[in-house]
Design a protein around this ligand. Structure first.
Ligand code: UTP
Ligand code: MN
Length: 500
């Protein structure tokens, strides 16, 4: 909320520089720029004055703040060459439109919603992102997430947010198939280097089923999706999402509570027939803190704490951040760490020692230690979605404010000098380190597709412990993540490109 206000404020410019004259600005979120090329100077002046008289902001220069660029009589190629020569900033933030949008808006007396027909897409970006639509009829986008490079720079958020709401709703009703289908569709769109501009852009993309396509078409037409709106307003969805946000409360438990007629945390906590386990009790106790995203600065502070504890026991051990933070995310729901010990066997007892130390430092709020059940003789397992077998622990720790660099104090937080944070630690044996690191880095869909690709395309079984070749019945050794990609005949994908 706060951020949007800042952004909105930033966009606004002093009226004088917009030559607004005495006309009153009615539509502050829209700043027009009319391209003089082909339109001509006098027509541009005339149209600019017309727009201003109707309460529009018109910028005479192609500044950062411009939101709508309007062109008349130029071909897409001509226009985009011209825009590039004139150093168009942040093209993703702007609508580049033909005059039809402008005339419609003038007759409506207000900015009309931008539709596909108004857009003038950049032909160069079109070629780069959708090579299939021009010359090459086969798609260049792989159906496997592990063959796509997906950064955090999502150009199709308006589509992927909706698809993910639908996926989540299917997950809540136990429909794994459609849930995965919508997640896959969203993931493909996240990997594209540009925004979809028209329904035809979907044509050669993989993993977009009939339903996903219909949703995307609806967003193109109406700017929103009625089904997703309905879900977001649905009591069942809202309640399950809220219950599921508690540490230790899975979808099954959330549903069970919902079916008993429970709708609020208070009702759950006062219902005599609900018995919370230890994890859920901690989840409710620290709910406010652990439902707040963890920042990178906080993750780094935790890394220092864990390094201190680990090297106290084993000076040759190393601590690495994994999970979402390793993929470059600025915020996470928890912080995941993997501990590397250089000699086989050194991983034993290490996490217990870390937990004991945190307890003696009075910063341990919750711990669930799981002893290793790793046994190479029992592998490869065919249950790839199952948890791995390494020593690991799920913790809630107290992070003191003073330990976090770049911490900004706000009024509401000042009463307490610490916050609770969810931390996961895993300590695999050294010869399993690469597989574990690859598995814990995620994203979940990237991992899922790595395994699927290994099995279907390479006849190999991959999980957090091993890579097994079915043809030769051998385990393939790996010191690094790169080794695993090489065994699979895949180009290496950097962690920052695994945000599938
Ligand atoms: P997370 O759930 O922490 O996700 O699991 P994340 O990507 O870091 O996202 P945020 O930012 O916390 O919300 C990280 C990875 O660890 C794997 C998961 O499959 C996921 O890819 N994981 C988790 C395991 O491999 N084994 C486990 O026992 C637990
Ligand atoms: Mn995480």
């Amino acid at each position: 909320m706060f951020q949007t206000t800042i952004l909105a404020r930033k966009r606004r410019r002093p009226e004088a520089t917009l030559s607004q004259g005495h006309d009153k600005v009615k539509f502050r979120d829209v700043i027009l720029y009319l391209v003089e090329r082909r339109m001509g100077k006098s027509r541009r002046n005339f149209l600019s004055n017309l727009a201003r008289s109707k309460g529009f902001c018109v910028d005479d220069s192609l500044s950062d703040h411009v939101t709508h660029v309007v062109s008349e009589g130029n071909t897409a190629q001509e226009l985009w060459n011209w825009l590039e020569e004139h150093d168009l900033k942040k093209p993703h933030d702007k609508h580049v439109l033909n005059i039809s949008w402008f005339t419609e808006s003038m007759s409506a007396g207000q900015p009309v919603p931008v539709e596909m027909k108004h857009h003038i897409p950049n032909p160069a970006v079109e070629r780069r992102s959708f090579p299939c639509t021009s010359t090459n009829p086969t798609s260049s986008v792989s159906p496997f997430a592990c063959k796509r490079r997906t950064t955090l720079d999502n150009h199709n958020k308006s589509f992927t947010d909706v698809l993910e709401v639908l996926a989540e709703n299917f997950e809540f009703s136990g429909n794994q198939g459609p849930c995965l289908a919508f997640r896959r569709a969203a993931s493909v769109l996240k990997s594209l280097p540009a925004t979809l501009r028209r329904p035809g852009d979907m044509e050669h993309l993989p993993c977009l089923g009939e339903h996903s396509k219909a949703i995307i078409e609806e967003i193109f037409e109406c700017g929103s999706c009625s089904k997703a709106e309905e879900i977001l307003n649905d009591e069942r969805y809202q309640t399950l999402k809220m219950f599921n946000s508690v540490f230790g409360v899975g979808i099954k438990t959330a549903e069970n509570w919902y079916c008993r007629g429970l709708r609020t945390f208070e009702q759950v906590l006062t219902e005599p027939n609900v018995r919370l386990n230890r994890m859920q009790t901690a989840g409710f106790l620290f709910y406010e803190d652990i439902s707040r995203p963890v920042s990178r600065a906080e993750a780094n502070a935790l890394k220092v704490l864990i390094e201190e504890a680990v090297t106290c026991v084993n000076p040759s051990a190393n601590v690495y951040i994994t999970g979402g933070f390793r993929r470059g995310k600025d915020f996470g729901h928890d912080v995941d760490f993997i501990i590397r010990t250089p000699v086989p066997g050194q991983e034993d007892g290490l996490l217990q020692a870390v937990i004991d130390r945190f307890r003696s430092q009075n910063i341990l709020l919750y711990s669930d230690f799981q002893e290793s059940t790793f046994d190479l003789k029992k592998l490869p397992s065919c249950r790839f979605e199952a948890m791995d077998h390494f020593h690991k622990c799920f913790l809630i720790v107290k992070l003191r404010r003073e330990q976090v660099l770049e911490e900004k104090e706000t009024d509401e937080e000042r009463q307490r000098d610490w916050r609770a944070v969810r931390v996961d630690l895993v300590a695999p044996p050294i010869e399993r380190f690469a597989y574990a690191m690859l598995g814990w880095t995620g994203s979940t869909l990237f991992e899922r597709d790595l395994r699927r690709f290994a099995r279907l395309e390479r006849g190999k079984l991959l999980d957090n412990h091993v890579l097994y070749d079915k043809a030769t019945k051998t385990f393939l050794p790996a010191q690094t993540e790169e080794d695993i990609f090489t065994h699979l005949g895949l180009e290496f994908i950097e962690p920052s490109e695994r945000n599938a």
